[in-house]
Design a protein around this ligand. Structure first.
Ligand code: GAR
Length: 216
């Protein structure tokens, strides 16, 4: 069985999409993949409740309890390692990670980000997209390198920016793409159908076709 550990900081809609896909597509029996645990850096966030409702073990490693980034990341790595994680998914985990942490999980750390990277890393992506006047936007799932919102790209989903879009409408359409993209990527990576070869993401053509999302 391959163990996926999901890290969250907030509302957890991507986690919800992941758990729902795992349930609907019977990941445990069909793929030998299970969500082994959900870890949050904040108490009381909605994502923890989503995990509990699905019967997934949860844990909070509160970053405010630690004097340094290194100390927090060491405790977080220890909590993840306790679940023998084959894949660690950052699903709205809003902490910058140290080089040591990223190196420890090299090749098994995945992030979803609400932009077409390498454009618009960081926060407030939808607002910045509107301000820049770009016509296409979207979401990216990528393996994590030690720079913020960077690393080998697994898949992207494209959203057209409409003339009447505001931050909320754009965010909503991008989120819907994230909810489709992330579970597919997690299933394909955890089951060995997508893999990292150095810094290059490899997948058979059939899998690439399966990941292609039409512009929303
Ligand atoms: C998602 O839009 C995710 O892409 C973003 O946080 C949101 C979390 O939503 N992550 C980042 O910006 C990482 N740089 P959720 O908690 O409802 O899944």
């Amino acid at each position: 069985m391959k163990n996926v550990v999901v890290l969250i900081s907030g509302r957890g809609t991507n986690l919800g999409a992941l758990l729902s896909a795992a349930r609907t597509a019977h990941w445990e029996t069909a793929l030998g993949v299970r969500v082994a645990a959900v870890i949050s850096n904040r108490f009381g966030v909605a994502g923890l409740e989503i995990a509990r409702t699905s019967g997934v073990p949860t844990q909070v490693v509160p970053h405010l309890d630690f004097a340094s980034r290194d100390a927090f990341d060491s405790a977080l790595a220890e909590a993840i390692d306790a679940h023998q994680a084959d894949l660690v998914v950052l699903a709205g985990f809003m902490r910058v990670l140290t080089r040591n942490f990223v190196a420890h999980f090299a090749g098994r750390l995945l992030n979803v980000h609400p932009s077409l990277l390498p454009a618009f890393p960081g926060l407030a992506t939808h607002r910045r997209v509107l301000a820049a006047g770009v016509r296409v936007h979207g979401a990216t799932v990528h393996f994590v390198s030690s720079d913020v919102d960077a690393g080998p790209i697994v898949a992207q989903g494209v959203v057209s920016v409409r003339p009447d879009d505001d931050e909320a409408s754009l965010a909503q359409r991008v989120l819907e793409v994230e909810h489709q993209l992330l579970p597919r990527c997690v299933a394909l990576i955890a089951s060995g159908q997508i893999w990292l070869d150095g810094d290059t993401v490899r997948m058979p053509p059939g899998v690439a076709a399966e990941l292609a999302l039409d512009a929303a």
